[in-house]
Design a protein. Structure first.
Length: 335
């Protein structure tokens, strides 16, 4: 293994020693197991290469202060991946297989698990894709599920800073489309927009609801949170937003740990000037404070790392790293 400086990692791929691989053919999954091979050989006509029949997940494993290895709510990733598979006409893994893949992959790559206190973690990326060679538009009959690990640092680089966002002129999801699942095609849709955003000095795009373009949805890789001037947590609700596990966890943390009131409802673009704080949340983003949102020259500013976003971040990361007692079942321990 190359020498890794865990404290200065960015959110980027590092090849680790083992990944879990299982293949589906003739209506069933094979036994599956660990592989040292990070490369995949596909037929040139494999369904995924043309028609994007694929989905993925993202979660993190941590080393706690007392030396345990834990993964944060992986059964919710398992359930969301099953939802993605059903929507993408892909077979769901057999019961228990997803969590077994998590356990085996983490155990086999323990030397890549960042130590407690480095701010880094071991990112786990399950993927599934259709491998059948075909030409007509139809689902594959053969699939591969693969789960690999990569040690990562912060998604937006360096220390926590207030992000600069813009309202995006493109949509990432269609009404009644696939915005609510983790299909790779949603991210393909966003590549042009994120490249343009970066070229123009923005960290991320804020997507509006695709039907009316009057409500806030989410960014390309994270859900959004707002804090009202009264200190309430306001969370955009929409059927085309990805149901973030971090967002769902934060809502519970806000209510049960911080005694905050929480409103989950459509949030109008026209009202964002009324909010005191804004943040992005997700596995990769954790909770990243937002400093400003530019709507075609009209700038909405927020308290960068305000008190509520800060407290939410401290409490959630404390729970994830075992410093604060977690609600029952939130940490899967890997021995
Ligand atoms: N929204 C999008 C578009 C994402 O890609 C992600 C990342 O997974 C999230 C939200 C956050 O979801 P989670 O908290 O489950 O990681
Ligand atoms: C994650 O947070 O796990 C994601 O998949 C988001 C991605 C944009 C890195």
């Amino acid at each position: 293994m190359e020498t890794l400086d865990f404290g200065s990692l960015s959110f980027a791929y590092t090849k680790t020693d083992y990944r879990y691989v299982t293949n589906y053919a003739d209506g069933r999954w094979d036994a599956g197991g660990l592989s040292r091979d990070a490369d995949i050989t596909l037929n040139e006509s494999a369904c995924v290469l043309h028609y994007c029949q694929a989905c993925f997940e993202g979660m993190k494993a941590y080393r706690t202060k007392d030396g345990r290895v834990v993964c944060f709510r992986p059964e919710l990733n398992e359930a969301r991946m099953a939802d993605s598979c059903r929507r993408m006409v892909m077979p769901v893994l057999p019961e228990g297989r997803f969590l077994e893949a998590v356990r085996q992959t983490v155990r086999a790559n323990l030397s890549y698990l960042p130590p407690y206190g480095t701010g880094a973690s071991l990112y786990l990326r399950p993927i599934m894709f259709g491998t059948t060679p075909l030409l007509g538009v139809k689902p594959a009959k053969e699939f591969q599920f693969r789960l690999f690990a990569s040690p990562v640092g912060p998604y937006f680089g360096g220390s926590v800073r207030a992000l600069k966002l813009r309202i995006c002129d493109f949509d990432r999801a269609a009404p009644r489309g696939t915005g609510h699942i983790k299909a790779g095609l949603n991210y393909a849709m966003s590549l042009y927009a994120i490249t343009d955003a970066h070229e123009n000095g923005y960290d991320e795009n804020v997507y509006l609801d695709p039907a009316t373009r009057t409500c806030i949805e989410e960014t390309g890789g994270a859900n959004m949170l707002f804090v009202s001037k009264q200190g309430h947590l306001v969370v955009p609700a929409s059927s085309s937003i990805l149901p973030s596990i971090t967002r769902r966890s934060l809502i519970q943390v806000a209510k049960d740990y911080l005694n905050l009131s929480v409103e989950e409802r459509p949030v109008k673009l026209a009202e964002i000037g009324d909010f005191a704080e804004c943040g992005l949340c997700g596995t990769a983003a954790v909770i990243s404070p937002v400093g400003s949102i530019d709507d075609h020259g009209k700038i909405y500013s927020f308290e960068g790392f305000g008190p509520v976003i800060r407290k939410l971040r401290q409490t959630l990361t404390g729970i994830q790293m075992g410093d604060i007692p977690a609600p029952e079942g939130w940490l899967m321990e890997i021995d």
